[in-house]
Design a protein around this ligand. Sequence first.
Ligand code: C5P
Ligand code: C5P
Ligand code: ZN
Length: 480
Amino acid sequence: MLSEMTKHAERCAEIVRLTSEALVVSHIDADGLTSAAIIGRALEDAGIEYSTVFVKQLGETELSKIADTNPPLTIFTDLGSGVLSEIKELGITAVVSDHHQPSTTDTLPARDELISHLNPHLFGLNGSRELSGSGTTFLLAQALSRERGGDKKRGLPSLAVVGAVGDLQHLKDGRLTGANRTILKIGAENRELSYAPDIAFFGKQTRPIFKLLEYATDPYLIGLTGNEDACIAFLKGVGIRLQGERWRRWIDLEKKEKQRIVSSLIQHQMKKGVSPQRLERVVQEVYTLEDETEGTELRDAQEYSTLLNATARYDRAEIGFNVCMGDRGGALEEAERLLKEHRRNLVSGMKFVKENGVVELEHLKYFDAGNRIRDTIVGIVAGMSHSIIGDRDLPIVAFARASTPHEREELKVSARATQHLIHKGLNLGAAIHIAAEKVNGTGGGHDIAAGATIPLETKDEFIQYLNEEIKKQTKKQTTG
Ligand code: C5P
Ligand code: C5P
Ligand code: ZN
C-alpha cells in the first residue's frame, strides 16, 4: 500500500538527514536521471552536499569502486534492489530507492543496520507499472523536505512523471495508474502538469506532423510507418495543410484537424484488419509540463524522457541531469544535439532488425546485433521492433556486444514482453535472472522488460535456459 510505503519513506529520510554528505548513484536512463535530480533537489534543500555517479549496471566493478571511496552515505536510485546482499557485504551504508524486482534470493528486511530499502514491490505495489524509480525517489524526497513546507517541491512531480513515462509505465492502460497517478495529481494540483487523451505518437511538440506518423511504432501504422510519402499523402488525403510558415506540428493544429487525423487513422487501421483493442492505442493520455516552453521537447513528458535517454545512454548522463536540474542553456543545447544522433541510431537499429529478421524458438524470438547496435540502446530497439517482426506473440530477446570495463568479453541481453504474455504467467525479470545466473552472468528487471550481461561464449546455452524458464512460467499458468 502507498500509505505504508510513504511511512517507510519517512524512516529512510531520517537516515538521510543524519548525513552531511552523500553519493547519489543512479541509472543511465530517463528514469535514472530524473530520480537523481529529484533526490538532488531535496538534498540541496536539506543542506546536504552530494555528488552523482551514473552507471549502466551495478556489477562487482561499480560496487567495489563505491566501497573504495567509502562515502558516509550512498543513495542508490533506480537501481540497487537486485544487489542488496552485495552492497551489504561490501559494507556500504546505503539507502536504496528503486523499483526493480528485488532479487528472489535476497531476504534482507526493508531496514537493516546498513541498508534502508525503499521499493514498491515490498508494499504490494507493482514496480513495472504503478511506480517508477523516480516516483519512488519522489516519495523519499517528499519525506525529506516535509518539514520545510510545500513550495520547494515544484517541479518534482513533473520529473517523476517524465521518469515513469520514460520507463513506459503508462503503456499498459494508456495512462499512468496507481501511485504514479497520485504523483501526477499532485503535479496537476500545483498546475505544473496537465494531462489529457491525445494522439500516442512521439514528437507532438517538435516534429512535422507527417514525421509523427512516419516514426510510429507503438502502435505500428500499417502502410504508413517508415514511409514518408505515404504519410504525407495520407494527411493531404484527409485535408490537412502540412505547411504554414514552417512545417506544422501537432501542437499547431486546430482541435478539429486533430480529431480528423485520429479518426482517419483508426479507420485506416481498421481497414487493415487491426483488432479493436489495438485500435484504441492510437490515443493515450499525454502529459504536458506547464512550466516549460511550448514547442520544446521539455514540454511533453514523452519527448523529455527521450531527450534524457539521448544523453545518458551515450555516456553523457551529466548533460541530461543538468537539464533536469534546470539548465536551459548549454546543457539543453547539447542534449538536443545528442537527440539527433540518438534518433539516427534508433532508425538504423530498426533497419538492422528489419533486414536481418529474428530467429523464432518455441517460447521466444531473438536477434543478435553484434556491434551494429550500441548495447545501451538495444533494449529500446527491441521494444520498438516488437510489433514489426516475427509472426507469433513471443517475448523478444536482443543481444549486443557489451562495452564493459571488464577484461572478459561480454554480451548484453535485453528482453521485452507484452501484457498478453504476462497474463499467461510470464515474468521476464525472473526468467532472465535465473538463466543469467546459470551461465555466470547477472540479470533481472521487470516482468515486461529485463536485461542481463553474460559471458560472450554462453549465448547459445543462455538462450536454451531462457527458453526453458519461459516455458515453465507460461505452462504453470495454463495448467494451474
Ligand atoms: O531500468 P528500467 O526500470 O529503467 O527500465 C524499464 C524498461 O522497461 C524501459 O527500458 C522500458 O522501455 C521498458 N518497458 C517496456 N514496455 C513496457 C514497460 C516498460 O518496454 N510496457
Ligand atoms: O537494458 P535494458 O533496457 O534492456 O533493461 C531492461 C530492464 O532490465 C531495465 O529495468 C534494467 O534496469 C534491467 N536490467 C537489470 N540487470 C541487467 C540489465 C538490465 O536488472 N544486467
Ligand atoms: Zn526505472
